[in-house]
Design a protein around this ligand. Structure first.
Ligand SMILES: *Cc1c(COP(=O)(O)O)cnc(C)c1O
Length: 542
C-alpha cells in the first residue's frame, strides 16, 4: 500500500497557501507572441472573441477553430448535441462519402453529372415507395426533386398548387384573387410561412381538446372555388398522429369535388410504408397530387448505432431536435405526374453547358446530403428500414403503457397508427400546483430534455410533453427515463407553488437562453400574425 497516502489535514496546508498568496509576485508574460505556444498560451485566449466588427488582423487557424468550438460547447445548442450525435451514429462510410462531396455544388450538373444521376435514383425510389402510378416514362410519370428539407419541398408544392389553380381560373375567365388553402391548426410552422410568403389565405381546421388531427368532413366543407388544395399531415409534430388522408380523399370522390391533396409526410413518409403498409395515404389515393418527406428525419435512420457515454443523456432522451438523425439539409418533393407541376415554374437552365430543368427556391447547395440519402437507401434497403421502424414502434408502445401505469394521459396513437413518439400530459387536477413545463424543467436538471408544448389553438391550452423514440432508445434506457419521470413528479409534489414558479423562471432565463444574445429583435418579438402570436400555440420542435 505504498501509494496510498492520506490528504494532510486542513490546518497544515492552509497557512502555507495563504502565505504564498500574500508574498506572491505577479509575473505574467506580455510577449507579443506570433503564435508559437499552445492555443491557451496565446494572447487570443486572454481576449474576447470579436463580436461586432470584423477584426483588423488575422488569427491562427488553430486558435480560431478552438475558440469557436469552445464557445459552442458552452451553448447547450441542439446543433452541437446533434454534431456529437452524428459522429456516433453515422456509419463511417456514409460520413466519408458526404465529406468527400462537401466541395461539390449540386447545381453544377455538368461538372458533377453523377451526383445529379444519384438524386434521380433517389426520386425514383421514393416515388415508388409512395406508390406513384407507373406510366410510360416521358412526360407521364411521377416527377420530383431533392430540396433542402421538407420546408422547401412544401413551398414548392404550394407554389405548384397555386399556379395550377390560377391557370384554371384564368382559362375560365374568373378572378385569380384570394386563393386559399385548407390545413390543420397543428401544421408545422413552414406552412404558415408558405401561406404568408406566397399570399394565400389559410383556412384552418381546428383541433379540439379530444381531436388533434383534421376532421375529413370539416375539411371538405371548407372548400370553395378559391381553394388551391388541402394539406394533410402524415404524422403531426405534436402527437405524431396520421391525418385521415383516405377519409378526405374518399369524401372528395363521393361528393365529386376536384381538389388536390398535398401530404406533408415529413416524418411519416419513411415510417408508415414499413410499419403500416396497408394504410392508404399516398399516391394510391386519386386526389393526392404531391408528397414531401424529410430525409433527415426518419429517412436516414441507421441500424446498430454506436453508443457514446459522453452523450448518454442526449441519446437516451428527447433532445431538442428529436427527429433528426444526421446532418439536416435534405428533403424531397414528389408530384404524381408532370401535369401537376406547371411548366412556368420550371426553369430550363443551360448551366456550364448542360441542359437541366430546375424547380427549387435556392440555387447552389452541397451535393453531400443527396449522396448521404442514397447511401442510406441502398445500405438499409426495405428490410433495414422495416427492422428499425418495427423496433421504434415496439418501444413507443412500451413507453406509452408504462406512462399510463403512472397515471399520465397518453395523447399519441399506439401500435403504429402514428409516428413512434409518445405525447402525454398530466391528469386533470384543479389542485395540482405544477404543470407539464415544470416537469420538463425538472427532467432537464436530471439530464433528460423532454420538451413541453402548448397544443394547437382551440384545445383549451392543453399542455403536453413529447418523447420521440429513436432507434437507440432501448428498453433499459426507457426504464431509466420512466424512473426519472416518477422521481421528478414526486419532487414537484413536495415542492410548494412558489418554489416551482421560481425554479421555472430561473430555468427559462438561464438554461434555454444564451446570456448575451437576445433571440428576438424588439420589432419582431410580438408578432401577431402566426398561430403562436394569435393563440399562444408553441410549435413542436422537429
Ligand atoms: C419537420 C417538419 C416539417 C419541416 O421539415 P424540415 O425538413 O425541417 O424543413 C414540415 N412538416 C412536418 C410535419 C414536419 O415534421
Amino acid at each position: 500500500m505504498v501509494h496510498l497516502v492520506s490528504m494532510p489535514p486542513a490546518e497544515e496546508s492552509d497557512p502555507a497557501a495563504g502565505g504564498l498568496r500574500r508574498n506572491a509576485t505577479l509575473y505574467l508574460t506580455n510577449d507579443d507572441d506570433s503564435f508559437t505556444t499552445s492555443v491557451y498560451g496565446s494572447r487570443y485566449a486572454g481576449q474576447d472573441l470579436p463580436t461586432t466588427e470584423m477584426p483588423e488582423n488575422e488569427m491562427p487557424r488553430e486558435v480560431a477553430y478552438r475558440m469557436i468550438k469552445d464557445e459552442l460547447s458552452l451553448d447547450g445548442n441542439p446543433i452541437l448535441n446533434l454534431a456529437s450525435f452524428v459522429t456516433t451514429y453515422m456509419e463511417e462510410e456514409a460520413e466519408k462519402l458526404m465529406t468527400e462531396a462537401f466541395p461539390k455544388n449540386f447545381i453544377d450538373y455538368e461538372e458533377y453529372p453523377q451526383s445529379a444521376e444519384i438524386q434521380n435514383r433517389c426520386v425514383s425510389m421514393i416515388a415508388r415507395l409512395f406508390n406513384a402510378p407507373q406510366r410510360d416514362g416521358g412526360a407521364g410519370g411521377a416527377v420530383g426533386t431533392s430540396c433542402v428539407g421538407s420546408s422547401e419541398a412544401i413551398m414548392l408544392a404550394v407554389l405548384a398548387m397555386k399556379r395550377r389553380w390560377k391557370n384554371k381560373r384564368k382559362a375560365e375567365g374568373k378572378s385569380t384573387e384570394n386563393p386559399n388553402i385548407i390545413m390543420s391548426s397543428a401544421v408545422q410552422v413552414c406552412w404558415e410561412k408558405a401561406t404568408r410568403y406566397f399570399e394565400i389565405e389559410e383556412k384552418l381546421v381546428y383541433c379540439t381538446p379530444e381531436r388533434f388531427v383534421i376532421d375529413p368532413e370539416e375539411t371538405v366543407n371548407l372548400i370553395d372555388e378559391n381553394t388551391i388544395g388541402i394539406c394533410a399531415i402524415l404524422g403531426t409534430t405534436y402527437t405524431g398522429e396520421y391525418e385521415d388522408v383516405k377519409g378526405v380523399n374518399d369524401l372528395l370522390e363521393k361528393r365529386g369535388i376536384e381538389c388536390p391533396i398535398h401530404v406533408d409526410a415529413a416524418s411519416g413518409g419513411f415510417v408508415a410504408p414499413f410499419v403500416v403498409p396497408n394504410l392508404q395515404w399516398d399516391f394510391r389515393l386519386k386526389n393526392v397530387v404531391s408528397i414531401n418527406v424529410s430525409g433527415h428525419k426518419y429517412g436516414y435512420a441507421y441500424l446498430s448505432p454506436g453508443y457514446s457515454p459522453h452523450n448518454r443523456y442526449y441519446c437516451m432522451c428527447q433532445q431538442l431536435t428529436p427527429f433528426r438523425l444526421v446532418y439536416p439539409g435534405i428533403g424531397w418533393v414528389v408530384f404524381r405526374g408532370a401535369e401537376y407541376l406547371p411548366e412556368e415554374l420550371v426553369f430550363n437552365i443551360n448551366y456550364l453547358g448542360a441542359d437541366q430543368s430546375s424547380f427549387t427556391l435556392n440555387f447552389s447547395k452541397g451535393a453531400s446530403q443527396v449522396i448521404g440519402q442514397y447511401y442510406q437507401l441502398i445500405r438499409l434497403g426495405r428490410k433495414g428500414y422495416h427492422a428499425i421502424m418495427s423496433n421504434l414502434t415496439r418501444t413507443a408502445d412500451y413507453l406509452s403503457a408504462s406512462l399510463e401505469d403512472q397515471g399520465f394521459v397518453i395523447m399519441s396513437k399506439k401500435s403504429g397508427q402514428g409516428l413512434p413518439l409518445v405525447a402525454f400530459r398530466l391528469k386533470d387536477d384543479p389542485n395540482r400546483h405544477y404543470d407539464e413545463f415544470a416537469l420538463a424543467h425538472q427532467l432537464r436538471i436530471r439530464g433528460f430534455i423532454v420538451p413541453a408544448y402548448t397544443m394547437a389553438p382551440h384545445t383549451d391550452n392543453l399542455k403536453m410533453l413529447r418523447v420521440v423514440v429513436r432507434e437507440d432508445f432501448s428498453r433499459t434506457r426507457c426504464d431509466a427515463l420512466i424512473r426519472d419521470i416518477i422521481l421528478c413528479t414526486g419532487l414537484l409534489e413536495n415542492m410548494d407553488r412558489e418554489t416551482v414558479k421560481r425554479q421555472d423562471e430561473m430555468i427559462k432565463k438561464h438554461s434555454v437562453n444564451s446570456r448575451k444574445s437576445q433571440h428576438n429583435h424588439e420589432k419582431f418579438r410580438r408578432e401577431k400574425h402566426s398561430l403562436q402570436g394569435k393563440h399562444g400555440k408553441t410549435h413542436a420542435i422537429c
